[in-house]
Design a protein. Structure first.
Lengths: 240, 240
DNA sequence: CGTCGGGTTGAGTCCATTCAACTTCGGTGG
DNA sequence: CCACCGAAGTTGAATGGACTCAACCCGACG
């Protein structure tokens, strides 16, 4: 089922009936596939559909005039990459595939139709965009007020928790198919400094990262280094 | 009318009928007032209503264990300060009054009622939270990839545009009732560095800032310094 | 008239950047 | 089969941006 991880995603925030599951499923039409490095949604475009990531990883990135790049979000299966375009109409950033990606399409018309059918599902879709915002805020704190060491640790913690929700971790390891240069654009640092900070984390035996596989060597100490508190991810099942 | 600036706010993104205006108005019940410095919404709380700012300015702020503070948003009249709590349920940050503030309350039950009445207004409320997210992303880019000089210029540009929408600018001036220390928490810098960067902007004759009044001395050059592009604020009237 | 919050300045230090070289490794073509 | 190539990672050295700490100024206010 293509939308399994999406159901895991919202299913970890509220209970949904099987009728609701079907209604959600009905919203999606065709699939789309992209190669690593391809742009999935273009800055400035006006899509008439939104895309749910079902396989692979992608990022939202903004590029400045001077060529500097900042990644503002990392998407994993179960994430809508551009649900906000349903309301914003015009994209204000690119969505780029980190790996080969498979996505499913929800026509904006279909989302509108769903709004007519279910108030509850409307709120759950709305919720996903609001959680995006919560993550953005946490990243702002990390960029503004954490050390690069702590910031990096925080990203690993967040990724691990989010990947666990959609069952994409194995024990304390997960796939992280990103180059250090791209990771630098996530953190707002230079590649050189990313490399050195990474070595500190490795040296302190908090993580290892080889051949795209991250292993958390000591979760408790990683959380402590990051001052990570997952409440901003809203992982409570409650009526929304 | 307490909600005038709110109507200006969404009215600059879509056309709303007078029936819709009334429906929106009906959503708000009591007023609440706060002194400068007071916490309007507490981190960790579970409000059963959301607050629309009608007078004054406030910020969203997160505090780390070590006492470091990061401000993730600045609110002006017409902004919902915590509409996301409608879906998040639990606040993941404080909302703090910069000045004396007046707000009006929308019970979450009333928002639900509105959802039942109007699909369109639902989308417009949703839109406001999604624009919040767009602003967060722009701030992430500014923190991660802009110089402090450019970052600061960007904040002034954004504020000026947003304040103009709700008619709170006079010519090229506006009220900005914030200390340099608080401004440092907006930018993720130290107070000393904020002070020096400010002097650069003044020295280049881009702005002045005295007694809480900011004057933009040269809009074009300020925009250029900031590489400011307002499209992320979604200021197009179009059907949403 | 003294105090206090906010702003300004100087000096020294440190974190992070730039630039450049060098390594490692997987892929590719001679 | 191996030599070469390019992308990604690693390292060193020098520079610079931002921080800390500390002092000092100023105006509002009791």
């Amino acid at each position: 089922m293509p939308t399994t991880s999406f159901l895991l995603n919202i299913g970890s925030r509220d209970t949904i009936t099987s009728d609701e599951q079907n209604a959600l499923l009905a919203m999606f039409s065709h699939q789309k596939s992209f190669e690593a490095g391809e742009v999935i949604v273009f800055d400035g475009s006006r899509p008439h559909f939104s895309l749910l990531l079902v396989e692979g990883m992608s990022v939202r990135s903004k590029v400045l005039a001077g060529g500097e790049r900042q990644i503002t979000a990392v998407h994993i299966p179960g994430d809508f990459v551009d649900l906000h375009s349903f309301l914003l109409k015009r994209m204000d950033h690119d969505v780029v595939a980190l790996t080969a990606c498979r996505l499913v399409m929800a026509e904006h018309a279909a989302i509108r139709a769903l709004m007519r059918v279910s108030e509850h599902l409307t709120r759950l879709l709305w919720l996903t965009t609001v959680i995006d915002g919560a993550v953005h805020r946490e990243w702002l704190v990390a960029m503004g007020r954490r050390s690069s060491y702590s910031h990096m640790a925080h990203v690993f913690c967040e990724l691990f928790v989010r990947l666990t929700i959609v069952k994409m971790t194995e024990g304390l390891t997960f796939n992280f198919p990103i180059s250090q240069a791209q990771f630098a654009d996530v953190l707002g640092l230079s590649t050189v400094h990313v490399n050195r900070t990474l070595q500190e984390l490795r040296g302190d035996d908090l993580i290892s990262w080889e051949r795209q596989v991250v292993r958390i060597k000591n979760w408790d100490r990683l959380v402590k280094a990051a001052q990570f508190d997952a409440t901003y991810l809203s992982l409570q099942k409650e009526p929304r």
